[in-house]
Design a protein around this ligand. Structure first.
Ligand code: TYM
Length: 334
């Protein structure tokens, strides 16, 4: 079993990232046996699709590395690195650009969402973003990729690219990766709008809970979260058509490792005036130790850089045989 996943180091780690992906990364790392390996990385090469100054980008990578370690990624057990330190990602991406089809990329919903109306003005990087993501995964022959629901289509593309490359060049080189998507928290929604996913690019900071928010900020955001005037139902069925209510109950269920039915049973007949402080309390207590550890780790740039350097050396060694075999399969001698 080879587990691999990545996160863009832009903005803060938020509750959606944590519940949709990072918590699963840590669980998979903790349950790993001697034959398995976990690779977790900061997708800084992907982040070039968002304009940022040099200093900011450097800070972002260290911030996200610290956040992941604080959230439980253990650099002694998992390989933790940033893409830019491992050129195999960019190299394999270029090779796979010969395999990926424009029609496939045209169907990617994230490109459509992110490019918005001005498609012609979007960067080429944004368009080929999913090919780099395929390279990230295929370079390591990852078998399991823990992600949130929004990455499902990118994973399918990675499988298509792997299959076509193997077929076109008559090799059995790339492994088809399986997405690991949590049932309850695959898509955590914005606290301001139950139809939009929680995201670091939402201009309203009230829409998300950041792992760096202090206790008061977390409680205030939960209390201001959009909900409705109805009471909580006896079972999850009663949340149908109530996007904001469903999201808040879903967050509570995930945070406390219960089903939404169990949470409904506890709060049935009560309003959000009673539910929100309880949810706020759970979030505050769970996130406080992560934030404290983050702030501690963030005081030592050199230690964070050393973690990423060490991880990158291991990652480069793991990717090298596949990269070499891909060049060779294509008759590119290096
Ligand atoms: P990114 O940085 O947008 O998000 C990181 C992870 O968090 C999940 N996520 C969510 N899950 C549930 N609810 C939400 N509201 C929510 N928002 C984000 C994402 O699904 C993701 O798992 N393209 C990727 C990074 C990437 C990658 C890879 C992932 C690059 N190469 C290879 C896996 C394998 C991205 O932008 O994730």
């Amino acid at each position: 079993m080879r587990v691999l996943s990545g996160i863009q180091p832009t903005g803060n780690l938020h509750l959606g990232n944590y519940l949709g992906a990072i918590r699963n990364w840590v669980r998979m790392q903790d349950e790993m046996d001697a034959d398995s390996q976990c690779f977790f990385f900061l997708a800084d090469m992907h982040s070039i699709t968002v304009h940022e100054g040099r200093e900011q980008r450097i800070r972002n990578v260290r911030d996200m590395a610290a956040a992941l370690v604080a959230a439980g990624v253990d650099p002694d057990r998992s390989v933790l690195f940033n893409q830019a330190r491992v050129p195999a990602h960019a190299e394999l991406c270029w090779l796979l650009n010969g395999t990926a089809r424009i029609g496939w990329l045209n169907r990617m919903t994230q490109f459509k969402d992110k490019a918005g109306k001005d498609r012609e003005g979007a960067s080429v990087g944004l368009f080929v973003y999913p090919v780099l993501q395929a390279a990230d995964i295929l370079a390591y022959n990852a078998t399991h990729v823990p992600v949130g629901e929004d990455q499902k289509q990118h994973l399918e593309l990675a499988r298509d690219i792997a299959t076509k490359f193997n077929t076109d060049f008559g090799v059995d080189l790339f492994t088809l990766p399986a997405p690991i998507i949590p049932k309850e928290s695959a898509r955590i929604m914005s606290l301001r709008d139950g139809t939009a996913k929680m995201s670091k690019s939402d201009p309203s900071d009230l829409s998300r809970i950041n792992l760096t928010d202090d206790d008061d900020a977390i409680m205030a955001k939960v209390k201001k979260a959009k909900s409705d005037q109805e009471m909580l139902p006896e079972t999850a069925e009663g949340l149908a058509g109530r996007a904001e209510a469903g999201n808040l109950v879903g967050i509570m269920a995930t945070m406390t490792n219960r089903t939404t039915d169990a949470v409904c049973a506890e709060f049935a007949g009560k309003g959000f005036g009673a539910f929100k402080p309880a949810l706020g309390e759970v979030l505050v207590e769970t996130l406080r130790p992560i934030r404290e550890r983050f702030l501690e780790l963030r005081t030592d740039d050199a230690a964070l850089d050393a973690i990423l350097d060490k991880g990158a050396a291991k990652a480069a060694a793991a990717a090298e045989p596949t990269l070499r075999a891909a060049y060779d399969a294509m008759g590119l001698m290096r």
